[in-house]
Design a binder for this molecule. Structure first.
Ligand code: F6P
Ligand code: MG
Length: 443
C-alpha cells in the first residue's frame, strides 16, 4: 500500500506572529469597524427609503456586528449560525467537523481554529447581519469601496480599454507569435490587477493608478512561477484541434471587483476575439465577500459603468461585453460553494453539481489569493511541494492560478528559490509584490 503522507498543519492565528495572527487580531476587527461605520453613515438613507423600520434594522445590524467583533477579539468559541439562509446547514456541519477535530479538547475559537475557516465565517456573519434585517437586507456594506476602487482606477481602465480596442482592429492579422505575445501581456495585467484588493488593505484605498501595460517588463522577475507557455500550448492546441467545431470553454473564477475585474474582462474578450476560446463562464460570489470580491451586482454595475463612460473605448468595451452576455458567449454564474469555508479538494463531495459543471471546461482560471489558499488547502507547505500534490485531488479540468502573494503559503517553487527571496525580502509572501501564474494539467 502506498504510504499516506500527513498533510501539513493549517495556517492559524494560534501561531503568534504569523500573518494569520496579525489578520485575526488587527485586520478583521478593522474590517468590522468599517462595516459598522458604513451602516452609521447610511442611516439617513435607510430612513428616507424605509422610514423608522429602516433605522431600526440598521441599529440591529450594528449591534449584531459589534457583538461579532467582541466575540472575535475575546477569542470566544465560533457559534453555530442561527439564520435560515440556504447555506446555514452546511456551515453548521462544517463547524461540527472542526469541533470533532479537537477530540473534546474545547470548542473551535477565533484564534485557535484554522484561519481560513474563521475568516470566511466572519464574512458569512456580516452577510447574516444584513440579510436577517429587512428592509435593509440586500445592502452591501462593501459596495462603496468597490465603486471607489473602480473610479480611482479610471486612468488605468482607460489606458487598458484603449490599448485593447486598438489591438482588436488588427487582431485577425496577427501571427501565432504575436498572438502569444498579446496573451502574455493581458495575462500579466490580470495577474497584477490582483494587487488591488480591499480585504488586504483592510478596506483602505487600493486602486490601479498608473498604466497597467507600461511596467510589465520590469515586473517579470516578480512572477516566481511562470507557466504562461503551458497555458498558451493548451489554448493553441485546443484551437487547432477545434476543426470539428466543438466549443472551447474557459472558466474564470473571479476575485475582486474594480480594476481587477476590468482586467479579467479584457483578457476574456481577447480569448474570444482571438478565437482561442468560444465561450467563457464567470464565477462570482453570491454574497458580499472578502470586502472587494465580485458579486452579480458588481459585475453588472461594472459593465454598465463602462458602457455609459464618457470615453469612446471604455464605452465600446462595455457595449461589446453586454452583447457577449446577451449572445450567451459570456455566462455569469454563482454558486454557494464559493462562499463556504471548504477547500477545493472537498468540492466534489460538497458541491458535486459545481464540480461536474467545471469538468465541462477546457481551462479554469482561478484569480487571486483566496482562491489560491482554497486550492492548496491553506497549509504550511514546504515551498517545493508540487502544485499538483497540494491540490490534493482537486482536478475537474486543467487549471491555472493567477495570484499575487498576500498570505504566507506557497508551493511549486524550485529548491532554494523561496529561501533566496526570503533573505532579501522578509515580507515577500504578504506584500502582493510577487505573483504566480501556476498551471496544473494532470488529472
Ligand atoms: O485577510 C487576508 C486575505 O485572505 C489575504 O490572504 C488576501 O490578501 C486577501 O484576504 C484576499 O485576497 P484576494 O482578493 O487576492 O483573494
Ligand atoms: Mg478578493
Amino acid at each position: 500500500m502506498a504510504a499516506v503522507t500527513a498533510l501539513p498543519v493549517s495556517l492559524s492565528a494560534r501561531f503568534k506572529g504569523s500573518f494569520a495572527y496579525f489578520t485575526v487580531k488587527d485586520r478583521l476587527p478593522q474590517i468590522l469597524t468599517k462595516a459598522i461605520d458604513t451602516l452609521h453613515r447610511h442611516k439617513n438613507e435607510f430612513f428616507e427609503e424605509h422610514g423608522e423600520k429602516g433605522v431600526e434594522a440598521e441599529k440591529r445590524a450594528i449591534s449584531f456586528l459589534s457583538k461579532l467583533r467582541n466575540e472575535l477579539q475575546t477569542d470566544k468559541p465560533v457559534t453555530p449560525l442561527e439564520d435560515d439562509l440556504p447555506d446555514a446547514a452546511l456551515w453548521n456541519q462544517y463547524l461540527d467537523y472542526q469541533r470533532n477535530l479537537l477530540n473534546g479538547n474545547g470548542e473551535p475559537s477565533w484564534f485557535q481554529s484554522p484561519w481560513l475557516f474563521v475568516e470566511c465565517y466572519m464574512y458569512r456573519r456580516i452577510h447574516a447581519a444584513l440579510a436577517q434585517n429587512p428592509p435593509i437586507g440586500s445592502f452591501d456594506v462593501f459596495k462603496e469601496g468597490k465603486a471607489q476602487n473602480f473610479f480611482e482606477s479610471q486612468e488605468a481602465i482607460i489606458a487598458l480599454c484603449t490599448y485593447f480596442q486598438e489591438l482588436l482592429k488588427n487582431i485577425k492579422d496577427l501571427d501565432e507569435k504575436q498572438l502569444q505575445g498579446e496573451l502574455f501581456k493581458l495575462l500579466q495585467v490580470s495577474l497584477w490587477g490582483n494587487k488591488c484588493d480591499l480585504s488586504f488593505s483592510a478596506g483602505e484605498k487600493s486602486s490601479q493608478k498608473s498604466s497597467p501595460l507600461q511596467c510589465l517588463e520590469d515586473m517579470v522577475p516578480y512572477v516566481i512561477v511562470n507557466d504562461m507557455e503551458k497555458l498558451w500550448s493548451l489554448l493553441i492546441n485546443a484551437k487547432k484541434r477545434n476543426t470539428d467545431k466543438c466549443t472551447v470553454r474557459v472558466d474564470i473564477i473571479l476575485d475582486n471587483a474594480g480594476f481587477e475585474l476590468v482586467s479579467d474582462l479584457v483578457l476574456t474578450d481577447f480569448l474570444l476575439s482571438s478565437k482561442l476560446a468560444d465561450e467563457v463562464h464567470f464565477h462570482g460570489k453570491s454574497i458580499p465577500w472578502y470586502v472587494s470580491d465580485t458579486t452579480k451586482n458588481d459585475f453588472n454595475w461594472t459593465i454598465k459603468q463602462l458602457q455609459s463612460a464618457n470615453h469612446m473605448w471604455m464605452s465600446r468595451c462595455g457595449i461589446n461585453w453586454e452583447g457577449n452576455l446577451k449572445k450567451g458567449v459570456w455566462v455569469y454564474q454563482d454558486h454557494m460553494f464559493w462562499t463556504l469555508p471548504h477547500i477545493y479538494s472537498s468540492m466534489a463531495e460538497v458541491a458535486p453539481d459545481l464540480y461536474a459543471d467545471l469538468q465541462k471546461s477546457n481551462l479554469l482560471l482561478f484569480k487571486g489569493d483566496l482562491n489560491y489558499r482554497k486550492l492548496t488547502g491553506d497549509r504550511k507547505w514546504e515551498y517545493t511541494v508540487p502544485f499538483h500534490q497540494a491540490l490534493n485531488k482537486f482536478h475537474p479540468a486543467p487549471l491555472c492560478s493567477l495570484r499575487t502573494l498576500k498570505s504566507d503559503t506557497q508551493v511549486g517553487l524550485k529548491p532554494g528559490q523561496g529561501e533566496q527571496i526570503q533573505a532579501s525580502e522578509p515580507e515577500w509572501m504578504i506584500s502582493g509584490k510577487y505573483g504566480v501564474v501556476q498551471f496544473d494539467a494532470t488529472p
